[in-house]
Design a protein around this ligand. Structure first.
Ligand code: NAD
Ligand code: UFG
Length: 345
């Protein structure tokens, strides 16, 4: 089977490409490299001993997509391509809607013309919005996500439901990720944010490796056990394996299927820091500041549906997530630019 992976040069995409290749699939990656890395794909080829067909292009470029589908007999599409910085989406919502929403519409049109109707979409727990009892399960009504980024994910979910309702050849998975962290255990591929990281774990990792002086903890006055925010952190390799399970399941599931991909366990910011300190055997200096606008106190997944329907559950612990993050960061203090010898800020 040949799988198109949009955004395959990015963080979650590259780990999923690796899992696909190791499971015997052929992979075509489409990426515009706005946030992806050639080096990641080279390393995936090195780790697997398999070749990736790479198309440098944009999901919004219909000509590029038509050419790609004409040249490659694609059976299924894993659609990771998208912009994901919540703050940037508030400053520049149009760019987010053009890239994430319009880009996905163009991709679906090209798929339809090429008679490819199987799609796994990277959605997000952010679509649940605030105010639900925990844990979050797939039957809850979607809320109002706090950012244009989150709303672009919700809009795509709605579009894909309409699409599946209009034509019963479509088989679509909406995978709602919780907080992906960690890296492949080889330490060869991992998360490589450009500029200062927005997210907790890559920030901690950069403090640990000496690229940043200290972590800022956004608020210790939430109504959580230690006052800091609680999230459901999931190892990126568990997430990658969830995609393979979802894709296989889709062959017998017409219409839209929705699965949370989380561990079902919440961890506070201070628990994550402590786990990282155990993994790296060093202190992580931090100071407490005010809450970050838009953050909510706590959420975690009900992951029973994926377990029952896909036979999938997250196997890796928080300690493993932190150990693998540290292995990657320690071996690649400046991310993928290390081996290329490019100075980083
Ligand atoms: P990433 O930025 O590392 O990867 C996204 C990849 O898509 C990059 O390689 C980028 O170059 C590429 N890309 C972006 N726009 C493109 C376009 N128009 N055409 C072609 N390629 C394009 O992000 P990630 O963390 O791997 O996230 C993958 C997907 O999962 C995204 O859709 C993201 O919104 C979603 N998601 C991520 C998280 C998270 O915390 N990382 C949580 C929930 C959902
Ligand atoms: N945090 C800090 N300091 C930091 C960064 C984060 O204290 O420097 C705290 C946050 O306040 C929050 C927790 O760490 O309590 C996790 O924050 P992240 O930024 O790592 O993750 P979020 O839960 O805010 O959001 C992430 C992705 C979104 C996605 C969502 C899905 O960034 O794109 O998970 O659950 F939608």
């Amino acid at each position: 089977m040949r799988i198109l992976v949009t955004g395959g040069a990015g963080y979650i995409g590259s780990h999923t490409v690796l899992a696909l290749l190791n499971s015997g699939y052929e992979v075509v990656v489409l990426d515009n490299f706005s946030n992806g890395s050639w080096e990641a794909l080279l390393r995936v080829e090195g780790l697997t001993g398999k070749r990736i067909t790479l198309v440098e292009g944009d999901i919004g470029d219909r000509g590029c997509l038509d050419h790609l589908f004409a040249e490659n007999a694609i059976d299924s599409v894993l659609h990771f391509a998208g912009l994901k910085a919540v703050g940037d989406s508030m400053a520049d919502p149009l760019t987010y809607y053009v890239n994430n929403l319009a880009g996905t519409l163009t991709l679906c049109q090209a798929m339809s013309c090429a008679d490819v109707h199987e799609l796994v979409f990277s959605s997000s727990a952010t679509i649940y919005g605030d105010g639900h009892p925990m844990p979050l399960h797939e039957g809850l009504p979607s809320g109002r996500p706090a950012s244009p980024y989150g709303r672009s994910k919700l809009m795509v979910e709605e579009v894909l439901r309409d699409l599946a309702g209009s034509d019963n050849r479509w088989r679509i998975a909406l995978l709602r990720y919780f907080n992906p962290v960690g890296a492949h255990p080889s330490g060869e591929i991992g998360e490589d944010p450009q500029g200062a990281p927005n997210n907790l774990v890559p920030f901690i990792a950069q403090v640990a490796v000496g690229r940043r002086d200290e972590l800022v903890v956004y608020g210790n006055d939430y109504s959580t056990p230690d006052g800091t925010g609680v999230r459901d952190y999931i190892h990126v390799m568990d997430l990658a394996e969830g995609h393979l399970r979802a894709m296989v399941a889709l062959s017998e599931r017409p219409g839209v299927s929705v699965w949370n991909l989380g561990t079902g366990r919440g961890h506070s910011v201070l628990e994550v820091i402590a786990a990282f300190e155990r993994a790296a055997k060093r202190r992580i200096p931090y100071r407490i500041e005010a809450r970050r606008p838009g953050d909510i106190a706590a959420y975690w997944a009900d992951s029973a549906k994926a377990q029952a329907e896909l036979g999938w559950w997250a196997r890796r612990s928080l300690d493993e997530m932190m150990a693998d993050t540290w292995h990657w960061q320690q071996g690649n203090p400046c991310g993928y630019q290390r081996k290329l010898g490019i100075a980083t800020g």
